[in-house]
Design a protein around this ligand. Sequence first.
Ligand code: PLP
Length: 311
Amino acid sequence: MTVSIPASGTLVPAADVVPFIEDRSPRGIAAAVHRMIRAGSLAPGDRLPTVRELAVAINVSPATVSEAWQALGAVGAIQARGRAGTFVRDVAEPTRPTRYLGIGGAPTQDAAMDLSTGTPDPALLPALHEAVERFSAGATAWTSSYLDEPVLPALREHLEASWPFRPQRLTVLDGALDALSRVVDQVVGLGDRVVMESPGFPPLIDMLERAGAEIIAVPMDEQGIVPNDLTGALQAAPVAVFVQPRAQNPTGTSMTRLRSSQLAEVLAGSRAWVIEDDHCGDISIADDVSIGQFLPERCVHIRSYSKSHGP
Ligand SMILES: Cc1ncc(COP(=O)(O)O)c(C=O)c1O
């Protein structure tokens, strides 16, 4: 998918934007411009004032405006087009993770097969109707209030027995992405540093950038992220370290038991949360390895059943 920007947009003078900016922090500037877009005061295709012009007009450094523009770019509200300038995007377009723009459309001529929008063949998924019927017959007896313990006893028993360490709490959510999003909401704030594997999972990069985080990319070898590089990254005091223990997307690497203990040793000297995205769950044939075996009080282990049971 390409981002459509009408060619006829007008050039917006800095003076038109200034009255709307009450808070001159990057976040305040980004919020003010976003409100103008939502209210229609800035239209798709409009060319925004340059970073320098706006910085002079509101008496902040160019870096401050640049950070605001980056935040607006990360949520898909504007698009920088090099020397041509920075333009308001058509927000009526369906929103998709920024890094997935451009895929999932019609297959290009040189693509043998477009797998980007693929879902599992229903014939290969287990039949769930019996379990769902049992659930709906008995569930209300167990959880009839949002304040009750939300995990059914039989499910809790199964999860605790199959979890790679003894979790302090269990929560059932709407897939790994939902879990990642909730964790990011709780743990990551504007300007926080976070560690991620490199290469990493694009939707998580989008999510972290939207939260205003600074991502420190740590390289991987065939056993997972490299302990020495993690040691270096921890110097920057990240609030969280995101890893995929099994079938890392996109490399396919699974963390070995030895590596999980080495990483735990390195992490013991920091205060970072360890967020594990075991997105393949039980369809992975790799060992069920978790840094939570060593640092259970700081590890959020996410296990997805989307790939084994359907989204
Ligand atoms: C690394 C990674 N995390 C999370 C997800 C999303 O998982 P879910 O469908 O459970 O939201 C995927 C999906 O493929 C993934 O590859």
